[in-house]
Design a protein around this ligand. Structure first.
Ligand SMILES: NC(=O)c1ccc[n+]([C@@H]2O[C@H](COP(=O)([O-])OP(=O)(O)OC[C@H]3O[C@@H](n4cnc5c(N)ncnc54)[C@H](O)[C@@H]3O)[C@@H](O)[C@H]2O)c1
Ligand SMILES: O=P(O)(O)OC[C@H](O)CO
Length: 392
């Protein structure tokens, strides 16, 4: 069992205990009910999210100090279990080495046990694992729980695309906000300033509570009433990041990369609005939109692996490059490109989204990396000018 911080709680719990011992009284009414937070996921961003949250739960009376963090258990080369090493060293030595998470972060390899007391659930795993996680959590969470997803990606089902926040809501019957932004985890881990966007559906009070939980002097969070817009920005930018990586691997230079980013942003906006007409134009100017696109095309993991893919002429697979270059961390862009392609082909929209469709065809080896900037009048897959002009 993970260690408990019950003996190391903030003053309100002491007040509550004293009031309970007295058998109730006026103090009880004054004692705030503290929210309990569990972070489901402990990769690179998951660990940084736990660190951010833990610094705030210590300071704010609205939250219980202890932050539970579910760890997908694995054995380290030393033979030790990752969760045990995190609890002993206060560091995620595999996914975020060299950074102390905060003593109030408690790693727990037992998923059901990690979530059972929480009324604020933060989901932050690679998107491909979420359906399985949701199925395991049915009937295991508090009925009053609220969720937020930091996950970039979508599932494609027979009925159509399903965003991860919807997957959480459908399986668990709880409201789910999202948090996306220009957030390369390693930079936030060392407390370099960045911004993020919380997307919410209706309840502004809940959005404000999430903002309170995440906001720090170096992590500035703003709420926006547009869950789908925020989540699609975070999801689709990974496809554009792959395209940007191809451009880097082909040594095409900054102008070409900027063109790819511009065209990518337009496809992101068009795709989002076709799927969800309620998506707001203004969302693309929040941190989750243009800022996130820029940072990911400059410094993200999708970009990095796509550059290596293009430098190798597409001869080494993304799976191989991911395993070699990321050591357990996961790419989201390649599978998202496939998922987006499925939606496009199913709806007859392939020709409308030349950048998105070309990225997928390069990833699966149907086209060479150079196709990202090639134009053929006979097969207008993608053109820096012609292709995108077709629908904008
Ligand atoms: N890393 C970043 O800079 C960053 C920033 C913003 C958002 N995100 C997003 O956050 C999400 C999580 O990414 P991350 O960076 O925290 O993770 P990661 O890619 O660093 O790590 C992979 C994680 O997956 C876990 N895992 C492996 N197999 C699993 C399985 N079968 N079931 C469940 N979990 C398994 C590993 O234990 C590890 O925690 C992604 O959607 C990503 O796009 C990442
Ligand atoms: O490293 P990436 O490519 O997964 O991108 C990281 C974040 O999503 C950037 O905000």
């Amino acid at each position: 069992m993970p260690p408990s911080l019950e003996g190391n709680n903030n003053s309100n719990n002491t007040i509550a205990a004293a009031a309970a011992a007295r058998g109730g009284g006026i103090e009880d009414k004054m004692t705030p009910v503290q929210s309990r937070v569990t972070v489901v996921g402990s990769g690179n961003w998951g660990s940084v999210a736990a660190k951010l949250i833990a610094s705030n739960t210590l300071k704010l009376n609205a939250f219980h100090d202890e932050v539970s963090m579910w760890v997908f258990e694995e054995k380290l080369p030393s033979g030790e279990k990752l969760s045990e090493v995190i609890n002993r060293t206060n560091e995620n030595v595999k996914y975020l080495p060299g950074i102390k998470l905060g003593k109030n972060v408690v790693a727990n390899p037992d998923l059901e046990n990690a979530v059972k007391d929480a009324n604020m659930l933060v989901f932050v795993t690679p998107h491909q694992f979420m359906e399985g996680i949701c199925k395991r959590l049915v009937g295991k969470i508090r009925k009053d729980a609220e969720a937020i997803s930091l996950i970039k990606g979508m599932e494609v089902k027979k009925e159509g695309p399903c965003m991860i926040s919807s997957l959480i809501t459908e399986h668990l019957g709880i409201n789910c906000c999202v948090l996306m932004g220009a957030n390369i985890a390693n930079e936030i881990a060392v407390e370099k300033f960045s911004e993020a966007t919380v997307g919410y559906r209706k309840n502004k009070e809940i959005a404000d509570k999430w903002v309170q939980l995440f906001n720090t002097s170096y992590f500035m969070v703003s709420p926006v009433q547009d869950v789908e817009g925020v989540e699609l920005c975070g999801t689709l930018k990974n496809v554009v990041a792959i395209a940007a990586g191809f451009v880097d691997g082909l040594d095409m230079g900054n102008n070409t990369k900027a063109a790819i980013m511009r065209i990518g942003l337009r496809e992101m906006k068009a795709f989002s609005k076709l799927l969800f007409p309620s998506v707001k134009d203004s969302t693309f100017f929040e941190s989750c939109g243009v800022a996130e696109l820029i940072t990911t095309c400059l410094g993200g993991r999708n970009r990095k692996c796509a550059e290596a893919f293009a430098r190798n002429g597409g001869k080494r697979s993304f799976d191989e490059l991911e395993a070699e270059m990321l050591q357990g961390q996961k790419l989201q862009g390649v599978s998202t490109a496939k998922e987006v392609y499925e939606v496009l082909s199913h709806r007859g929209w392939l020709e409308l989204f030349p950048l998105f469709s070309t990225v997928h065809e390069i990833c699966i080896g149907r086209l060479p990396p150079a196709a990202i900037v090639e134009y053929s009048e006979h097969t207008p897959k993608f053109s820096l000018v012609g292709g995108s002009a077709r629908f904008f």
